[in-house]
Design a protein around this ligand. Structure first.
Ligand SMILES: Cc1ncc(COP(=O)(O)O)c(C=O)c1O
Length: 370
């Protein structure tokens, strides 16, 4: 059996609950923007400690719609890290605004507040920090810079459902925040899904219109909107899964703690949790100079690792030129490896992974799930 994140395993555990929910939605005859979406929006806003949640088609659209709701678009600049899923930048580009890439802090892999300041121009309208790998960005200095320069802050929390910054849920700190419910996320749908959360009623009301063709009333289009709605089926499934999110996050935290305690290799750099962070470990990313060798050695033992992300946004063909140098990002992308981390990873499997990394004798049979 390959050790790799597989949302099917998680869904199998709550299969009956999911099936009951799917049947309920089928029988309701109502599939778009109904009571299931409303219910999930209420529950997820409460979970994130914000007033409003608006379900949308995916995390990329969540970023686009949040920016559009704040009147950001063509001619504007939005600062975001290059070291992220390039979808963060695509969400910006879809508005017509230009993503301006900043470097990251090597300790957190998240946007470096000092580098943000260097990139502010008269065209800058917003900052999008990304809570990458489940670890929050350092929000206080970011919010301070934003206040000084009158910029809005939209959190990209697509990888951090449930994480906290200084005790507060990520997503509740900026003007708005965006989530993805891609199946492998800490909270994942059985397809695409996303949400924007905010405490600002005006933003929430505008996104509600924008996601639904810009309609104020049925067939009355007052904004240049999109079709980007979370559907009833995914919303109902997400409501089922939200009940388990804390439990699943706890399992991820336990797995991460074990990696941090037991990986002992002089050639490997482990992630460091900052004192102000309560991460939820969407990914567990280590650094090594021998990436290819280690990945191959682990793959031979059916331990599947990945690279998040091989090409940073500023070096993607779509964003070149203009070329800029982001030294920390460019160095780190050559060294990172994501180790398996998901709630269903059992003790013996993790011990096998740790042993393989530490190059201890391997005596645990991976093919068993016990
Ligand atoms: C940090 C980050 N931002 C944005 C996105 C885009 O989300 P989606 O795939 O739901 O459009 C993702 C997911 O891939 C992500 O990880």
């Amino acid at each position: 059996m390959q050790l790799v994140s597989n949302p099917g395993k998680q869904n199998k555990k709550i299969r009956q609950e999911i099936l009951t929910t799917i049947k309920k939605v089928i029988d309701s005859g109502w599939y778009i923007l109904g009571s299931e979406v409303e219910q999930f929006e209420k529950e997820f806003a409460k979970y994130c400690q914000t007033k409003y949640c608006i379900g949308v088609g995916n995390g990329t659209d969540a970023i686009t719609l949040a920016l559009l709701a704040l009147d950001i678009g063509r001619g504007d600049e939005v600062i975001c890290p290059s070291f992220t899923a390039t979808f963060t930048a695509l969400g910006i580009s879809a508005t017509g605004a230009r993503p301006v890439f900043a470097d990251i802090d090597e300790k957190t892999y998240t946007i470096d507040p000092k580098d943000i300041e260097k990139r502010i121009t008269e065209k800058t309208k917003a900052i999008i920090p990304v809570h990458l790998y489940g670890h929050p960005a350092d929000m206080d200095p970011i919010l301070k810079i934003a206040k000084q320069h009158k910029l809005v802050v939209i959190e990209d929390a697509c990888q951090s459902h449930g994480a906290r910054y200084k005790g507060k849920r990520v997503g509740s700190l900026g003007d708005a925040a965006c989530f993805s419910f891609y199946p492998t996320k800490n909270l994942g749908a059985l397809g695409d899904g996303g949400a924007v959360i905010t405490n600002n009623k005006k933003i929430a009301d505008k996104i509600k219109m924008l996601r639904n063709g810009g309609q104020k009333n049925r067939y009355e289009h007052v904004l240049l909107g999109r079709n980007s709605r979370l559907d009833e089926l995914q919303a109902a499934i997400l409501s089922v899964k939200l009940k388990y999110l804390d439990e699943w996050n706890k399992k991820r935290i336990k797995i991460a703690q074990k990696y941090l305690e037991l990986i002992k290799s002089p050639t490997i750099k482990l992630p460091k949790v900052q004192p102000w962070a309560q991460p939820v470990w969407h990914l567990f990313v280590i650094q090594t100079n021998n990436r290819d060798k280690l990945m191959t050695a682990l793959a031979k033992k059916n331990i599947m690792t990945q690279i998040h992300y091989l090409i940073p946004a500023h070096l993607q063909p779509i964003y070149r030129p203009p070329a800029i140098k982001l030294p920390t990002t460019e160095e780190i992308v050559t060294k990172i490896i994501s180790l398996p981390i998901y709630p269903e990873l059992i003790k013996s499997q993790q011990e096998k992974i740790i042993a393989a990394i530490n190059k201890k004798p391997l005596d645990i049979n991976l093919s068993t799930d016990k």
